[in-house]
Design a protein around this ligand. Structure first.
Ligand SMILES: CC(C)(COP(=O)(O)OP(=O)(O)OC[C@H]1O[C@@H](n2cnc3c(N)ncnc32)[C@H](O)[C@@H]1OP(=O)(O)O)[C@@H](O)C(=O)NCCC(=O)NCCS
Length: 254
């Protein structure tokens, strides 16, 4: 078993630790709550012991009727915030690697703002998890092209101190089984460990293909997580009592 280079307790609140740290420039805050700028990510952070005032701050930050994507936070929103999704998943941590040659294989390219339309198309076809038009600003995103067309990608998302989350790992159906995802994740693992950090990631607990891939690359389970989202109430009654409103039909994935 590898010894973590960085304290792994920051992985209990990866969104909050990122928004207060490496991603502070991409954050919007109110009181003790925070979220990402529109289009970057939907995730929101609340304290581990949220008081009614914290939920009021988050409601004001997100706006009436907005999705509060709480990622893996165990906090339970007030009763008038209608649940939108709850998904069981795993948080995995990668092995500590020590230097070695850069494994960047031929054909792995860095993706940037100009590639976003193609990236969004690949995400829509493969559904690796939530991804917005500005998500590539969170870190390095790498891709592999075949005949000029983007067929596989993976990138860096959350950045709690000492750690980088590998995310948006996906390969177009017609290009699977050729080692593209393994090459991309391995390249990111190398880059992350080369700067003294350690990789981690999240995966839905029924995603067998991805679980096999990550196990082969040395990732091990740190904890089980539940991803939840709730909808901010659209209106509040005078005097602070809340009017209940229900919404349904929204999907959410890791
Ligand atoms: C999970 C996913 C990214 C894997 O992508 P991929 O590029 O096919 O992955 P790889 O090619 O590296 O590995 C896939 C399989 O091909 C095999 N393989 C890799 N190179 C091979 C080769 N040259 N010849 C034969 N088989 C090969 C691997 O051993 C692996 O086998 P397994 O399914 O028995 O474990 C892809 O299925 C996907 O996009 N899924 C939908 C999005 C998603 O769920 N993403 C993960 C979110 S956490």
């Amino acid at each position: 078993m590898d010894t973590p280079q960085a304290a792994d307790t920051v992985l209990d609140d990866p969104v909050g630790r990122s928004l207060r740290g490496a991603h502070a420039g991409l954050a919007r805050r109110r009181g003790r709550t925070a979220t990402y700028l529109p289009g970057v990510a939907t995730f929101a952070a609340v304290p581990s012991d949220p008081a009614p005032g914290d939920w009021a701050d988050l409601a004001a930050l997100l706006g009436p009727g907005a999705l509060a994507d709480l990622f893996s936070a165990p906090a339970i929103p007030p009763a008038d915030w209608s649940p939108v999704f709850a998904l069981d998943g795993l948080q995995l941590v990668g092995p500590v690697r020590t230097g070695g040659p850069d494994p960047d294989p031929d054909g792995v390219v860095e993706l940037g703002a100009a590639d976003v339309p193609e990236v969004l198309e690949l995400v829509a076809r493969t559904r690796p998890g939530p991804f917005g038009p500005r998500t590539v600003e969170l870190g390095t995103y790498l891709g592999i092209r075949a005949g000029g067309v983007l067929v596989a990608m993976a990138g860096e998302r959350l950045r709690p101190p000492g750690w980088t989350e590998i995310s948006a790992v996906c390969t177009a159906p017609e290009a699977r089984g050729r080692g593209h995802a393994a090459a991309l994740v391995r390249t990111l693992q190398h880059r992350i460990t080369a700067r003294g950090e350690r990789p981690f990631l999240h995966v839905a607990d029924d995603n067998d293909a991805a679980l096999r891939l990550y196990a082969r690359l040395g990732f091990t389970e740190r904890r089980r997580v539940r991803f939840t989202g709730a909808r901010v109430p659209t209106s509040r009654a005078p005097g602070g009592s809340h009017l209940l409103e229900h919404h349904s039909g929204e999907d959410g994935r890791t």
